[in-house]
Design a protein around this ligand. Structure first.
Ligand SMILES: *Cc1c(COP(=O)(O)O)cnc(C)c1O
Length: 389
């Protein structure tokens, strides 16, 4: 991912400004939401599009105890960048870089016997024990070991490998399906199942350092789910897990990313002028059009055609017609901002600009997808990188 350290006014085609002071404040706010638990900042997928290494550094500076990634490659990249402390990753496939993860002191998740076999073999080769966290499927129906015989076998074999000095079971963990829907019956069911699966493993002799199940929505709304550690992704970046739960401000959070572009062209057109591919927008009368140099290759959802909002010179404008690969057009209603004028797609909202949540609504998706998909062609510009910010 391209990184820039540049003033916010740098004349770039487009930029995703990343406010690291906001990220640090979010980490502190999240710690206050879960005072009895340690905090894992989830920085998978380039920190949800914000840039993994700078965000991981800022999160650690603000007191994150753990970093979490999906893939082992993401975890190894954090170590290679010098990030200290505990790092966990959970999305493994056969042949995955187990030995590299063991040697880099990364906690690895194991959901089934194939993974346990591979990690113990790698530990033998590396001649040092792996740090393994056993993942229970308490009802999500995705990764994780099924309760019952599967769990009993995984626990038994993990304990045997621990006795052989091949691994240490550092954690027992799971993941929610519907934590963003308070009161959903699956939440209580998953908590019950998690308690049972943890109790079983502990009766058998597992002594985990951490038991954890809470993601951002559970961290914000479900204290009984905090256990020893909470894993916050989206909330770290100042975005509410769901608009139904509340706004970022309701939770003391502030959006970290501001996406903006410089208008590439402003021009007068007559009424009846078709705009962009397919002419899905036709100017209702004489007007001005502004060309925004961002498109679906940059992560602007094509589903936001004729819907996505943009702030130009203090006014909300809407995408006119289709989003193309590299650009889209807004109807400026006769206004004549100069070429190069700033078009703000989304940000915290306090300059009157739309938010990532507004874009999610416009595109029929969730704000997670909006920020995560912003492409590598858009430079990330880091601001407020100092510790005291
Ligand atoms: C992505 C992820 C999280 C973070 O989820 P948020 O809703 O963004 O907080 C936590 N745990 C696991 C296993 C994940 O994959």
């Amino acid at each position: 991912m391209s990184e820039r350290t540049a003033p916010r006014t740098a004349p770039l085609r487009a930029r995703a400004e990343i406010d690291l002071a906001a990220l640090r404040a979010n980490v502190r706010a999240l710690r206050a939401h879960a005072p009895g638990a340690a905090l894992m900042a989830v920085v998978k997928s380039e920190a949800y599009g914000h840039g993994a290494v700078p965000c991981a550094r800022a999160a650690v500076a603000a007191g994150a105890d753990w970093l979490g990634t999906a893939t082992p490659e993401e975890a190894l990249a954090l170590r290679a960048a010098g990030l200290p402390g505990r790092i966990m990753c959970w999305l493994w496939t056969p042949g995955g870089p187990w030995r590299e993860a063991i040697e880099a002191d990364v906690d690895v998740s194991v959901s089934g016997m194939w993974a346990l076999r591979e990690v113990t073999a790698a530990a033998r080769r590396a001649d040092r024990p792996a740090r393994v966290q056993l993942k229970a499927d308490t009802g999500l129906g995705r990764g994780g070991c099924q309760p019952g015989e599967d769990w009993a076998e995984l626990v038994r074999e993990a304990l045997r490998a621990e006795a052989d000095g091949l691994l240490r079971v550092t954690g027992l963990w799971s993941h929610f399906a519907c934590a963003d829907e308070p009161g959903h019956p699956s939440i209580a069911a998953q908590l019950g199942s998690f308690r049972e699966m943890v109790a079983y493993a502990e009766e058998q002799g597992v002594r985990p350092e951490v038991r954890h199940i809470a993601n951002s929505p559970a961290t914000l709304t479900l204290p009984e789910s905090h256990f020893d550690l909470v894993r916050t992704g989206i909330a770290t970046y100042g975005i509410s897990p769901s608009p139904e739960l509340g706004t970022p401000a309701d939770f003391g959070l502030r959006p970290v990313m501001t996406l903006s572009a410089s208008l590439a062209l402003v021009k007068h057109v007559p009424g009846g002028h078709g705009v962009s591919y397919g002419h899905r927008y036709v100017t209702p009368g004489e007007t001005t059009l502004g060309l925004v140099p961002l498109g679906y290759a940059d992560g602007i959802p094509r589903h936001a055609s004729s819907a996505g909002p943009v702030l130009v010179e203090g006014k909300w404008r809407t995408i006119a017609g289709r989003v193309a690969m590299d650009q889209f057009v807004v109807d400026l209603g006769g206004d004549e901002p100069p070429p190069g004028a700033e078009a703000v797609l989304f940000g915290p909202g306090d300059r009157g600009e739309p938010t990532a949540e507004d874009w999610a609504q416009a595109a029929g998706t969730i704000a997670y997808e909006i920020v995560t998909r912003i492409g590598t062609r858009v430079p990330r510009v880091y601001v407020n990188d100092e510790e005291d910010g």
